[in-house]
Design a protein around this ligand. Sequence first.
Ligand code: PEP
Length: 245
Amino acid sequence: MMRKLAAGNWKMNGTRESLDALQAIASAHPEPGVDILICPPATLLLQAAALSADSPLSIGAQDCHSAASGAHTGDISAPMIADAGAQAVIVGHSERRLDHHETDADVRAKAEAAHAAGLLAIICLGETLAERDAGSTLDVIGAQLEGSTPDSGDSANTVIAYEPVWAIGTGKVPDIAQIAEVHDFIRDRLTARFGSTASDIRLLYGGSVKPANAAEIFAVRNVDGALVGGASLNAADFSPIIAAL
Ligand code: PEP
């Protein structure tokens, strides 16, 4: 049976003292009924993975290069992330797509690299406000999904995160019908491409998830968890979100 997933994306936040939050989250959920993943910055991966080794938490990175090694100053590869003790990597976050001009093809190559290294790839999709206002949300999501998801995708190695760009870090959240429409659409498209295994591919919602709105969002059909930014930085906010799943 599918286990829901609460994933935290710390983005470019956190120094060693921030790792105290891992212990606090682990203590609050000794036997969670859902999977809990924290994606700290790369500088903390090794230590976070070591600290979480005997806990219900798993650790992920926020990005990887598509190559396993080579002349790519400043980048880290999927095998390096696995070697640090992490189990997952976020690819195609809208901040990477915008700040680093990553294309669907780039994201797909990164997801393939993640799969080759034995990592869970969390593939992010999302429309901008201009795209939503233009009525092209499903076209945009369909194209990103098709272009960013590799053929190697299955329920064990792939999670899809729907994160409307205009909802990230803004406090704005789509209404429940809008979330349901996109999640149903993603499920249908995955089923058309991958067949019955697609029913177990977890679909996360991301974008201003907070303790106050988590339960309402998690009640939406085909929402199998959340990718949480700001509210994952401390246990006081992330713990009630985990508990709401
Ligand atoms: C994110 O960065 O993936 C995210 C969803 O951020 P926030 O929860 O802060 O909107």
